[in-house]
Ligand binder design. Structure first.
Ligand SMILES: *Cc1c(COP(=O)(O)O)cnc(C)c1O
Length: 463
């Protein structure tokens, strides 16, 4: 072992080889030094762990190939497009809603140029970025006022910080939701500087529970859409109208976090439990918060709609500045909202809505096209199976959407291995494994992506 360790050359000697000089030309001196050093460390480790056989060259041909590969990987963008064949349409790990082309174009248009972001063209003076979307949001939701921030979590924190700092927020024990990624309602309330007053029980909360909790300290009655779970059986909560009446009578603010939040009724497309923002406001809720990149189908954003006087107070609070929306998201949001305005048909133009509403036959056609493409590939068997897709993004897990998947069964690779390899091609393909097979659900897969999937499978199989 010591003999081999002694054979390891000085780093300076290695850096003078033609292989190294080539790499320095391409990648620069300091990155090559770090990469060579890291690779030497691997070699040393292999010798010590006796993984390098005694008669092999310590530094062989592969040494600089490995160095080159690590330098290339360092330069690759790790945030890149991927194919979502999971069957979960709003997949938080995969970037949630895809934008409509109009929204993507709007983003691109303002990205490399100056823009009218905060410019009042009439006076030439400073305007507000909110002006680009506020009127349109009000028109689409019936709200008096609107404010757009970074995301929905920020929207809730902004509302509570501005309206309930140092005071009480009353919320039902049945609605203290965690939406994942360490976002838990009790923590958010706490972080807003407010005190949580829990009322009721997990399965039952009555209007009298809210009523009894209201005291001098109470600022906000908070309702949260329990979007990712449902309490069924012996359970009940007061209606929005009841809470709104109580808030109104006692002079408290009624805030509802909708999470996804939809602008049009999605019941015809299999999502009957998603409350439409306009109806929630009509029921008497003072402020409603919802996301831009879930079922709305736009960019990441948090939208607050409701009473003019309250939104005015929130707008003036420093936290609103800290969580303000960026210009790219604002451009994409404006363009997305435009697609909701008649005569545009949002269900045809907004990708997430189109995916929800798509007829099963069309999904089957894509599954068949993929199957056809892989049909005579040896070593892999391909079949089309019925599956269930899900809206995701906190929409009810029980509400599934019928779908079709292409199931791959490989003779030389396990489903796990095949899945690993397909995730590690140039455009990663992400499916899901069920009963020993890799399923590629076609509901969220575009026609144009069929070829991407096919060539990825072929390249994995030919290795
Ligand atoms: C998703 C969700 C949020 C957070 O929305 P982001 O835009 O991701 O910050 C908040 N509340 C509920 C109920 C949600 O489903």
């Amino acid at each position: 072992m010591h003999e081999q360790l002694k054979q390891i050359p000085q780093i300076q000697t290695l850096l003078e080889t033609t292989d190294a000089l080539d790499l320095i030309q391409r990648f620069g001196h300091s990155d090559v030094v770090s990469a060579v050093r890291a690779r030497l460390q691997d070699v040393r480790k292999a010798i010590i762990e006796r993984e390098l056989s005694g008669n092999r060259q310590v530094i062989d041909k592969t040494f600089f190939q490995d160095v080159a590969q690590s330098l290339e990987e360092m330069r690759e963008n790790t945030l890149k497009p991927a194919v979502n064949a999971t069957g979960i349409l709003i997949h938080t790990n995969m970037g949630r809603a895809r934008l409509a082309p109009e929204a993507a174009q709007a983003m691109l248009d303002i990205a490399t140029r100056y823009s009218t972001l905060e410019l009042d063209l009439a006076s030439g003076a400073r305007g507000t970025r909110q002006d680009h979307v506020e009127a349109m949001i009000c028109r689409l939701t019936g709200a008096e006022s609107a404010l757009v921030v970074n995301n929905c979590a920020a929207a809730i924190m902004t509302c509570l910080t501005a309206l309930a700092f140092g005071r009480d927020v009353v919320a039902s024990r049945g609605e203290l939701v965690e939406i994942g990624g360490s976002f838990r309602m009790p923590d958010v309330i706490h972080q807003s500087g407010a005190k949580l007053r829990e009322v009721g029980a997990t399965n039952k909360t009555r209007i009298s529970d809210y009523q009894n909790a209201i005291c001098e300290e109470t600022a906000v009655l908070l309702k949260s859409h329990t979007s990712n779970y449902k309490i069924v059986g012996f359970s009940s909560t007061p209606s929005r109208q009841e809470i709104a009446r109580l808030a109104n009578k006692t002079g408290r603010v009624f805030v509802e976090d909708l999470g996804s939040g939809v602008l049009i009724d999605l019941a015809p497309y299999g999502l009957p439990d998603e409350p439409v923002v306009r109806n929630v406001l009509k029921a008497g809720v003072d402020l409603v918060t919802f996301s831009g990149d879930k079922l709305l189908g736009g960019p990441q954003a948090g939208i607050i709609v409701g009473r003019h006087d309250l939104i005015d107070r929130i707008k003036k609070h420093p936290i609103a500045r800290a969580v303000r929306i960026d210009k790219f998201s604002l451009a994409a949001l404006q363009a997305t909202l435009n697609l909701y305005i008649a005569p545009s048909k949002p269900v045809e133009r907004i990708p997430i809505l189109r995916a929800l509403a798509e007829p099963l036959d069309d999904i089957f056609t894509r599954a068949e096209a993929l199957k056809e493409r892989l049909h005579d590939q040896s070593g892999i068997s391909v079949e089309i199976i019925e599956t269930k897709a899900f809206a995701g993004g906190g929409s009810l897990p029980m509400q599934d959407l019928p779908s079709f998947a292409v199931a791959l069964n490989c003779s030389t690779l396990s489903a796990d291995q095949l899945s690993y390899h397909l995730r590690n091609v140039e455009v990663p393909i992400v499916g899901r494994i069920s009963q020993g097979k890799l399923l590629l659900d076609m509901r969220a897969v575009d026609v144009a992506e069929i070829e991407t999937i096919a060539s990825a499978v072929l390249s994995v199989m030919s290795k």
